[in-house]
Design a protein around this ligand. Structure first.
Ligand code: 13P
Length: 248
């Protein structure tokens, strides 16, 4: 099974209109890239970025969506709105949303379903805290999140799963290559068990947490790692282009 690698950048709450220069540089640097490239800027930039990136190797995504297609939800964005603005993907269930907004698996699952309703690919995030790993519960926690956060009907096109150990996000610490392999093999087995071998083997599994140009190559070479979900190192075109290259 060959899965095309995906290098996805999550800009989180970073980026003003002036950051368009980074997108332009990234578009230049990734022409003809072997890997798929995605940037998820703050929602304020999606439409402008999608317009700039049209026809390039760079796809544009959202960082969250509401489960409903519309209605009285002040401050929220429907998946349909992200699609309308030019997004092709949306991240759901990021650990920062789970922590800052109390999002639970059922809500994440509804958001992933909303993404599919709008024709978007859902990037469903899972990951254990340091205390959970220290207690030997990493697989139990991540397995539970995986089961609870993905609706029925997943395909290799509509779903990407991102494993992001919470303690590795923004800390400069990455999980060991052995720990990444163990978790990704576990996630692959769970996907195959639930969705069958054709889909389960084809869904991409990204690693996230302090991925940088200097460690991306070795991480992307790990068993069942099909790319990365990159925070800080996706903000600068040079760094992210190097990560895209490592994924090729
Ligand atoms: P960092 O790459 O900054 O550790 O962030 C990872 C992340 O949370 C991506 O979604």
């Amino acid at each position: 099974m060959t899965r095309r690698k995906l290098a996805a950048g999550n800009w989180k709450m970073n980026g003003l209109a002036t950051a368009g220069v980074e997108l332009e540089a990234l578009i230049e640097a990734t022409r003809g890239a072997a890997a798929e490239v995605l940037i998820c800027p703050p929602a304020t930039l999606i439409a402008a970025f999608a317009a700039k990136a049209r026809g390039s190797a760079v796809a544009i995504g959202g960082q969250d969506c509401h489960a409903a297609p519309g209605g009285a939800h002040t401050g929220d964005l429907a998946a349909e709105m992200l699609a309308d603005a030019g997004a092709s993907h949306v991240i759901v269930g990021h650990s920062e949303r789970r922590a800052d907004h109390g999002e639970r698996d059922a809500q994440v699952r509804a958001k992933a379903g909303a993404a599919w309703r709008a024709g978007l690919t859902a990037i469903v995030c899972v990951g254990e805290t340091e205390a959970e790993r220290d207690a030997g519960r990493a697989q139990e926690i991540v397995g539970g999140q995986l089961a609870g956060s993905i609706p029925d009907g997943a395909t290799a096109v509509n779903l990407v799963v991102a494993y992001e150990p919470v303690w590795a996000i923004g800390t400069g610490r990455t999980a060991s290559l052995d720990d990444i392999a163990e978790m990704h093999d576990f996630l692959r087995a769970r996907l195959v068990a639930r969705f069958g071998p054709a889909t389960g083997e084809a869904v991409r599994l990204l690693y996230g947490g302090s991925v940088k140009p200097g460690n991306a190559g070795e991480i992307f070479a790990v068993s069942n790692v099909d790319g990365g979900l990159v925070g800080g190192a996706s903000l600068k075109a040079d760094d992210f282009a190097a990560i895209v290259k490592a994924a090729g």
